[in-house]
Every structure is written in C-alpha cells, then in structure tokens.
Design a protein around this ligand. Structure first.
Ligand SMILES: CC(C)(COP(=O)(O)OP(=O)(O)OC[C@H]1O[C@@H](n2cnc3c(N)ncnc32)[C@H](O)[C@@H]1OP(=O)(O)O)[C@@H](O)C(=O)NCCC(=O)NCCS
Length: 162
C-alpha cells in the first residue's frame, strides 16, 4: 500500500459544484441542493465543500441555523464513497463547527439514523452525545424513479463548543 498526503480546502459549495456531487445522494437530494444554496445566500444555512487541489468537492454538508434556536444543526453530511474512512468527514465536521462558532453559537447539533451505527460512533468520537430521539422523514427515489417517503427514527446528538 502507498500513502500520499493530500491538502484539503473547505469552502462554500456553489451552484457550479452541484453537477459534480452525484455521489452525495439520489436525484431528489441533488434537485434540492440549489434550494439549500439559495438559503445559504439568505444567510440561514452554511453549505460546505471539502476539496482537494482539483477544487472538485469530495465531501459536502450543511449547517442549518433555523432548525433549533441557539444551535447550528449539522446535516446532509456526505463523503464520496471511495474516500470514506480517510478522515475527510472529520475535517468537514470540524469546519462546520468553526462556522457555528463564527456566529457566536456554542452548540452544535446533529441527528443520525438509528440504523447508522458507524456514523454515530464517529460523532461520539468527535465529542457528541445523544440527548433524545425523533421521528424524521424525507422523499427518496424509488426503484422505478417514483418518489418514496422514507420514515426513520433518528438519535439527536449535540456538542458544546468552546
Ligand atoms: C458518515 C460520513 C460522513 C463520515 O465521513 P468519513 O470521511 O467516512 O469519516 P472519517 O474518515 O472522518 O471517520 C470515520 C472513520 O474513519 C476513521 N478515521 C478517522 N480519521 C481517520 C484518518 N485520518 N485515517 C484513517 N481513518 C480515519 C474513524 O475512526 C472511522 O472509522 P470506521 O471507518 O471504522 O468507522 C461518511 O462515511 C458518509 O458519507 N457516509 C454515508 C452517508 C452517511 O452515513 N451520512 C451521515 C448521515 S448522519
């Protein structure tokens, strides 16, 4: 096995990036990214991209400042599948926490589906603790391309930022 070190920059996601992010979710998710970028222009969310020197995103995720008063809610985290477990998700979460601090907020929150123990283990390693659970749901793309409602139980987690 060879090891190389790749510099990563974290910047705001732009509309031009969206077509390169097909790995981040299904068609419904991609169709809604421009809506989130419009919210970013309005200042109610941050939407971040982690990029190697090509400046093409290999990880994306947002911070929602409207979802829970007094906190930044980190959501829609996705790392390109071929590059998962390399520490890129950690870089993205730490950058999201920096954005939350910049808004003078001291709490970062996120939620994780109960059937995603690997992601939950990562969040615990990064200092998040569970404080509740909540039913959530969203549109997904079914096998025939039809919209299917996906309902799930999520664990709510938070971390106090110093
Ligand atoms: C969850 C997710 C965002 C985490 O991103 P990631 O880049 O894989 O996360 P990290 O690499 O920072 O840390 C996770 C794993 O890598 C390990 N790791 C952390 N830093 C590392 C490093 N520098 N080198 C190697 N491994 C590292 C962690 O211990 C953890 O181990 P695991 O693979 O055994 O679970 C990503 O895996 C993903 O997109 N998953 C699919 C979508 C998803 O589940 N999103 C979350 C919804 S809540």
């Amino acid at each position: 096995m060879s090891t190389i070190h790749v510099p990563l920059a974290v910047r705001d996601l732009t509309p031009a990036d969206v077509p390169t992010c097909t790995w981040s979710g299904d068609r419904r998710h991609l169709e809604k990214l421009p809506v989130q970028l419009a919210r970013a222009r309005d200042g109610v969310v941050d939407y971040l991209a982690v990029c190697p020197p090509s400046d093409i995103p290999v990880a994306i995720g947002g911070v929602d400042y409207e979802a829970r008063p007094g906190a930044g809610v980190i959501w829609q985290l996705a790392v390109m599948p071929a590059l998962q477990s390399c520490g890129i998700g950690t870089v993205l979460i730490r950058a999201a926490e920096d954005r939350i601090r910049r808004r003078d907020l001291s709490t970062a929150e996120l939620s994780v589906e109960e059937d995603n123990p690997r992601a939950r283990a990562l969040y615990e390693r990064l200092g998040y603790h569970a404080y509740g659970s909540e039913k959530d749901g969203w549109d997904t793309e079914g096998p025939d391309g039809a919209t299917v409602w996906h309902e799930t139980m999520c664990t709510l987690m938070r971390r106090e930022l110093r």
